[in-house]
Design a protein around this ligand. Structure first.
Ligand code: SAH
Ligand code: SF4
Ligand code: F3S
Length: 456
């Protein structure tokens, strides 16, 4: 008698890009699990490889291209291997990807990821079934709470609250890859988070390209108030806030709602109002500063982080100096800084007066150097303070220590008795570094002091 041993098929997912893409990968992992796959970290063992791509900067696209190139030989060795290209590049380039890379079987954009299961079922091994219309967002009518999600973390969860973007910042591809802004109904978001709380999750991060323009009968403030009342959830974060749409009500929410964390990611992009205009950001440097000032005054200790682009077309030495000045004026807790990357199809791609790459690099280096000083200074100010830390687990970098984050999203490695992920500890900060803080659990500190007294 023949005895067939069924081994589950394996899926390898390679994610590029932002938190939204990472969360989309969790949704695709959930779909693949439903289809009988298990996840693997080794592409050579996989029966299906999914690339969840990002096209925000040229570098991200190049990385994907070289990874995709490697799958040619894999496919030759294993003709039944299926290769899927998802995400923002898939949305932009559609069928062209299959034309230039015949090893690819499926292509689908972020608005079509629910179809992954149907595609796999419809297409036999090796059959080219990439003819899925990209850009068709009708399926977004299905609420996210109906999608299976395989989350990477058991304590902290991403939750989509809106899709797409209407802002058309002149440098940015997102409105072209993720389509027009669409808010998810508040009820569906609430249900998902309620389920997360019952499953033991402690922190949620609400995701959207511009959460301040979340639209529903209750608005973004109303949504935060509802989530704040969910038992079991300890912390609420959200990204990204747009400085133009950032409201008084949101400041009130951060101030009043106990679970909403005192951290805001508020991308400035440039300290020059002329450049901000060219970027179509919809605010001036002064507008930004007024809002940042309000935040700092009303919520003492709030952490503000930002994004900066260097070398946007026509950026002068003076514009760059204005950005440096802005960094000094706000004293951000951390920044992400990027060299301007010309993206096909965007307005900035056809702007004159491109800044040479060497100048962009020089300016980027100056920005990063200045910010390093500021970040260290901000962290040093926390030495001697007590911080509430949500434990994530054992520290990877500091053996024997526990790691977690403050409400302001700073990493703390500390010694203490509480070790379970999801527990909250009051940690006194003894040393600050640029990328993390070192601390000691206050209970442990008391114990040690007590022992010390006994000894004497
Ligand atoms: N929706 C968010 C940002 C999404 S993209 C917002 O508006 O703030 C994340 C960051 O990538 C942006 O804030 C910007 O700083 C950077 N970015 C986007 N397009 C870029 C480009 N063409 N070149 C360089 N950086 C870019
Ligand atoms: Fe891109 Fe601007 Fe939309 Fe952010 S707000 S995703 S930078 S277009
Ligand atoms: Fe995110 Fe990159 Fe798309 S940053 S929205 S995955 S282009």
């Amino acid at each position: 008698m023949l005895n067939f041993k069924m081994t589950p098929k394996k899926a390898y997912i390679h994610t590029f890009g932002c938190q939204m893409n990472m969360h989309d990968s969790e949704k695709m992992a959930g779909i693949l699990l439903n289809e009988g796959y298990t996840l693997t970290d080794a592409p050579q063992d996989a029966d299906i490889i999914v690339f969840n791509t990002c096209s925000i900067r040229q570098k991200a696209e190049q990385k994907f291209r070289s990874e995709l190139g490697r799958t040619k030989s894999l496919k030759k060795e294993k003709p039944f291997l299926r290769i899927a290209v998802a995400g923002c590049i898939a949305q932009q380039q559609g069928r062209g990807i299959i034309k230039n890379n015949p090893q690819v079987d499926y292509v689908f954009g972020p608005q079509n990821l629910q179809r992954l299961g149907d595609m796999i079922r419809a297409g036999g091994p090796g059959v080219l079934t990439g003819d899925i219309p990209v850009g068709d967002s009708t399926l977004r009518e299905i609420s996210d709470s109906d999608l299976p999600v395989l989350r990477k973390d058991a304590i902290r969860a991403w939750v989509s609250i809106m899709y797409g973007c209407n802002n058309f910042c002149s440098y940015c591809v997102v409105p072209y890859t993720r389509g027009r802004e669409k808010s998810r109904p508040a009820g569906s978001i609430y249900e998902e988070i309620r389920k997360l709380a019952s499953a033991g999750f402690k922190e949620v991060t609400l995701l959207g390209q511009n959460v301040n323009s979340y639209k529903s009968e209750i608005g973004f403030g109303g949504l935060l108030r509802q989530i704040d009342a969910i038992e079991g959830i300890e912390r609420i974060r959200f990204v990204t806030s747009h400085p133009r749409d950032f409201s008084e009500d949101l400041i009130e929410c951060i101030k009043e709602l106990p679970k909403v964390c005192e951290h805001i990611h508020l991308p400035l992009q440039s300290g020059s109002s002329r450049i901000l205009k060219g970027m179509n950001r919809g605010y001036t440097y002064e507008d930004y500063m007024r809002k940042a000032d309000k935040l700092i005054k009303k919520i003492p200790g709030i952490a503000i982080t930002t994004d900066i682009i260097t070398g946007f077309p026509s950026e002068t030495v003076d514009d760059h100096a204005s950005t440096m000045m802005a960094l000094r004026a706000v004293e951000f807790d951390g920044i992400f800084a990027f060299k301007f990357s010309s993206r096909p199809g965007t307005k900035a791609a056809v702007m004159d007066e491109k800044v040479p790459d060497s100048v962009k690099s020089q300016r980027l280096a100056e920005i990063l150097e200045l910010q390093d000083e500021i970040t260290l200074k901000k962290n040093k100010a926390l030495e001697g303070t007590m911080q509430e830390v949500l434990i994530e687990g054992a520290s990877k970098t500091d053996k024997g220590k526990i790691t977690g984050r403050t409400r302001t999203n700073k990493i703390v490695n500390f010694s203490g008795n509480k070790v379970s992920p999801g527990q909250i500890a009051d940690v006194s900060i003894v040393k600050a570094m640029r990328h993390s803080l070192v601390g000691i659990d206050s209970q442990r500190e008391e114990e040690l002091m007590f022992k010390d007294k006994d000894f004497r």
